[in-house]
Design a protein around this ligand. Structure first.
Ligand code: 5GP
Ligand code: ZN
Length: 120
């Protein structure tokens, strides 16, 4: 996939606008266009990798930067004490729709889904 075909590469290139909340040399973070919680931010590598495992295999240090950026964003958003969820959807059955690795940061309310090992 070339950058021209990838939505998130186009956001990195500034061709599509996004509400950026954090950026660094390797990482960009912006608000999800269809938020599933009061805070819903996507943290992405500037370089294109199709999913988190491919990113981690090629650039482990950038993968760590994504997680650290998520922590910084949670502080900024005031949700780090209450708690938040980090999520990498990988592949179609998991609901991945954009095939440029991205870390979802979700919080600001009680979150459903897998809680304490049970679906609620
Ligand atoms: P996935 O389902 O692949 O894990 O997550 C893709 C996310 O990207 C979805 O939550 C979706 O709402 C978000 N998204 C899709 N298109 C855009 C866009 O153009 N701008 C922004 N900010 N988010 C987008
Ligand atoms: Zn891309």
């Amino acid at each position: 996939m070339s950058a021209a075909d990838c939505l998130f590469c186009r956001i990195v290139a500034g061709e599509i606008p996004a509400k950026v909340v954090h950026e660094s040399e390797n990482v960009l973070a912006f608000r999800d266009i269809n938020p599933q919680a009061p805070t819903h931010v996507l943290v992405i590598p500037r370089e294109h990798y199709p999913h988190a495992a491919a990113l981690a295999a090629a650039r482990p240090e950038v993968t760590a930067e994504l997680v650290a950026a998520a922590g910084t964003i949670a502080e900024q958003e005031g949700i780090s004490e209450a708690g938040y969820r980090l999520l990498f959807n990988t592949g179609e059955q998991a609901g991945q729709t954009v095939f440029h690795a991205h870390l979802h940061v979700l919080g600001g309310e009680w979150l459903g889904g897998l809680v304490g090992g049970e679906l609620r």
